[in-house]
Ligand binder design. Structure first.
Ligand code: DI6
Ligand code: FE
Length: 426
């Protein structure tokens, strides 16, 4: 007797993203799902024989299906906005000048400290809903606007609640070393001690940290300070990642690669030396074209060298109020192709399988493969390049997370058996 699936989606073209150098296309396919997992992918279903049985069937209307999108770098939990600073920057004051004069990250710290957990939850949930509407099914969220134990905890608890109460999964990153808070203005090393000796261990004990991040930059923390945070993370057996080489080259990526960091993020000023270090690591290069665009940067990450050295490239929104107030991962695909000259294939890889690698969840998500989670998006597009090509207009028709439809813009699923050629085995 054949297996009865929970759900079959048929009449679709699948971009599995399971191959190294191509989309891994299955035309006119069907995907069979049980217990939240992909159990079978059937290409050319019209030529397939045998009957498939399922509790529910969805006619995919000829749409393209990709893995659920993954945004592997966001600062989605915060209060307030920085529209005033945006206006200042339009008048010629730089992001760095604003940061050095006490604005920037610290103005969001002030607003976030003043917000209640419920307020932060509501703000972040609203932002999250925009991402889900464009097919995001896995998301990373960082702390880093609390900068003391109570407020970093508040942020990470909001991330945890979003993980529990939203339909999608969230990786929680502790970014205590994002900026020096005002009360430690003249003593950044003492703040780093606080991050290492009290904040990180306590938050870890509460199960609030999946990964530890540092903003390693001349307007933030030095290599030595970053190393201290990484050493503490290693002691607690926590993985690390890094904001690196965004505005200058401090060589952070070399340090990160030697610590088996999940990813190094930004990378506009990445050196050839660091590329060599990355080459012999499992660290993903995460590019954030939204920040490059919004800060009007001119130095681009060394894409050709990353390519030549086969370093996996992820792309992400960096959604945050200061340098990338962006709630559209599709727009980020467009920017990755137009500004950084990634191919549409590389861009899609950057928000699927390579983003999964950047969160070390590529055994479960990021591609359409048997035994992986059934995280799928149906798109009303003619070609896959359209996901990068269009600016605005949302072609997402359905989002499926762990085999459950969490968003649908197509007629409700019918409850039937998919009829096929009756002759043959299955
Ligand atoms: N790099 C970024 O792009 C964000 N943080 C960071 O370290 C910017 C955060 C902000 O300006 O609020
Ligand atoms: Fe960031």
């Amino acid at each position: 007797m054949s297996e009865i699936y929970d759900l079959i989606i048929h009449n679709i073209n699948v971009a599995s993203m399971a191959e190294q150098d191509n989309y891994g296309i299955h035309e006119d396919a069907a995907i069979c799902i049980k217990n939240g997992l992909i159990k079978k992918i059937i290409p050319n279903i019209k030529q397939h024989s045998g009957e498939l049985e399922a509790e529910k069937a969805i006619d995919g209307n000829g749409y393209w299906v990709t893995p659920g999108l993954i945004d592997c770098h966001t600062h989605l939990v915060y209060a307030g906005d920085r529209a005033k600073e945006f206006e200042m920057r339009l008048q010629g004051i730089s992001y760095e000048e604003i940061a050095r004069s006490g604005g920037g990250i610290n103005s969001t710290v002030k607003a976030t400290r003043n917000a209640s957990k419920d307020e932060l939850f509501d703000l972040a949930a609203k932002r999250l809903s925009y991402l889900i509407e464009e097919g995001v099914t896995t998301l990373e969220i960082k702390s880093g606007y609390g900068l003391d134990l109570v407020n970093e905890k508040k942020m990470l608890e909001v991330a945890r609640e979003l993980d529990e109460f939203s339909p999608i999964e969230i990786s929680k990153t502790f970014l205590g070393a994002h900026a020096v808070p005002p009360e430690f203005k003249n003593n950044p090393d003492e703040y780093i001690n606080l991050v290492c000796d009290s904040m990180m261990p306590e938050l870890h004990q509460s199960g609030l940290i999946d990964c530890v991040d540092v903003f390693c930059e001349n307007i933030a923390f030095s290599i030595e300070q970053t190393e201290k945070v990484f050493n503490k993370a290693r002691q607690l057996e926590l993985p690390v990642k890094m904001h690196a080489e965004q505005l200058s080259d401090l060589g952070g990526s070399t340090l990160a690669a030697t610590r088996d960091a999940w990813s190094v993020d930004h990378l506009e000023y990445l050196s050839e030396n660091s590329i060599n270090a990355l080459k012999s690591s499992n660290t993903v290069a995460t590019l954030l074209p939204g920040a490059f665009y919004f800060l009007n940067e001119t130095v681009r990450p060394p894409i050709d060298l990353l390519r030549k050295n086969n370093i996996p490239i992820a792309i992400a929104s960096d959604s945050n109020p200061g340098s990338s107030p962006c709630l559209s991962l599709l727009l980020i695909l467009n920017m990755a192709t137009t500004l950084f000259k990634l191919t549409p294939f590389e861009a899609l890889k950057g928000v699927t399988i390579n983003a999964a690698r950047a969160l070390r969840r590529d055994d479960k998500v990021g591609s359409i493969e048997v035994e992986k989670q059934a995280d799928l998006v149906l798109w009303d597009i003619e070609s896959l390049a359209e996901l990068s090509y269009k600016m605005g207009g949302n072609p997402c028709k359905m989002v499926i997370k762990n085999g459950e439809v969490i968003l649908s813009k197509i007629a409700s699923p019918s409850s039937t058996t998919v009829e096929e050629q009756p002759d043959g085995n299955q």
